[in-house]
Write a protein that binds this ligand. Structure first.
Ligand code: ATP
Ligand code: MG
Length: 369
């Protein structure tokens, strides 16, 4: 997959800008606040229809303008795709694919696959369990679209079951209808087991890839481990086994659930433990170690998506080199070389070796140009 051209009109601090990407590696260099991250954000928006910096389209439209646009030409093995996204400071966004208006926006997902790394992604290791679950879910969505349905169903059941528990807590003299609760338990366990099983399978696939990237960037001195921490313990991975254990666990926690008025068991309470050389990275990892770890996870994600869709996604690296020592910077740049299209931002070119500088296209970003 290759992002060949990009055009921005009234997007963030860009008035009008057209770019061609003539090499698989692009370095965007510029001082602070010039528009480097804005450019990556535009690509991210076309790929995922979301920005990790804002959920409001009016933030994305250039100040004092009512409408902004991002256009891209994408080269796929199957041919060229033209994608455009129009954002409005008031009103709904619109999308076209090969000049055809797209009513169902979700259909456009997958036209351009990207994997992005920015400092906000460090929350994956520094933040709480929600961050890690969201990441697993986002990767699963890209790999198997049916997961969206499963996850929606699970959250629906969870909401209903929580409402029942909450009502019971509020009106203490009103006994909990055991049959109704049993029904929700069965549904929660059926769908919950499927969600967990998919997450565990994903972890098994990500683990060796992430380990190998992590070892390459750290210079073979660190060993990464991903460990899924389920709220429902299981011995085997079979869905029947998880289902039975799930129901057992629900009955063990029944009193606590009733007194707290919420569901305490299920994939919505699970976590992923990340360890470096058997030490938890969240509490003990240095800044550089944590950054290396998240990079390894992102690169593993990229490789996995590549193996599923048959083409490598575009890698977007925003300020990735900060906090990495020279050795790790070199090992990272060495490892990614020409394996996939990479667009990387930096405030200075000092970290790049001669080979990178010769083979990459260098674009200077200054005041939205
Ligand atoms: P750094 O090196 O600090 O990360 P950067 O080059 O990545 O800098 P960006 O985040 O791309 O910087 O750009 C930030 C600039 O864009 C800020 O000066 C901000 O004021 C401007 N900006 C953001 N949104 C808008 C908007 N809607 N309209 C006009 N300008 C905007
Ligand atoms: Mg930036």
């Amino acid at each position: 997959m290759y992002l060949n051209r990009l055009a921005l009109v009234n997007f963030r601090n860009y008035a009008q800008q057209t770019l061609g990407f003539s090499a698989p590696k692009t370095i965007l260099v510029g001082e602070n606040a010039q528009g480097k991250s804005n450019l990556l954000e535009a690509i991210e928006l076309l790929s995922t229809l979301r920005s990790h910096r804002t959920s409001r389209d009016r933030d994305l439209v250039r100040e004092n303008e009512t409408q902004g646009q991002i256009l891209a030409e994408i080269l796929r093995d199957s041919g060229q795709l033209d994608l455009s996204l129009t954002l409005r400071s008031r009103g709904r966004r619109t999308l076209t694919l090969n000049s055809e208006p797209q009513r169902r926006h979700l259909d456009v997902l997958g036209a351009l696959n990207t994997v992005e790394f920015s400092s906000l992604d460090l929350d994956l290791v520094r933040g709480g369990p929600t961050e890690r679950r969201n990441w697993l879910d986002a990767v699963l969505l890209q790999l198997e679209p049916i997961y969206a349905y499963l996850s929606q169903q699970y959250h629906h059941i969870l909401k209903q079951r929580n409402a029942l528990l909450k009502q019971h807590r509020r009106e203490e003299n009103r006994p909990l209808d055991p049959q109704q609760l049993q029904l929700w338990n069965q549904q929660l366990a059926t769908i919950g087991a499927k969600v967990m099983q998919r997450r565990i399978r994903l972890m098994d696939r990500l683990q060796p890839l992430a380990q190998s990237w992590h070892s390459a960037i750290s210079g073979q001195i660190e060993q990464l481990h991903l460990n899924y921490l389920p709220s429902v313990p299981w011995e085997t991975e079979g869905p029947d086994q998880i289902y039975a254990t799930f129901l057992d666990r629900l009955s063990q926690r029944a009193i606590a659930e009733q007194s707290q008025g919420m569901t305490l068991v299920g994939p919505h309470r699970d976590d992923v433990q990340l360890t470096i050389n058997e030490t938890p990275a969240r509490q003990y990892g240095s800044q550089g170690q944590q950054r290396t770890l998240v990079l390894a996870l992102k690169l593993a994600e990229l490789q996995l998506i590549e193996s599923v869709i048959g083409e490598p996604p575009v890698l977007l690296l925003d300020d990735v080199l900060a906090e990495l020592d020279l050795k790790r910077q070199n090992q990272l740049l060495e490892a990614i070389q020409d394996r996939f299209q990479t667009i990387i931002t930096t405030t200075h070119l000092g970290a790049f070796d001669a080979h990178w500088l010769e083979s990459a296209e260098i674009l200077t970003v200054s005041q939205g140009q």
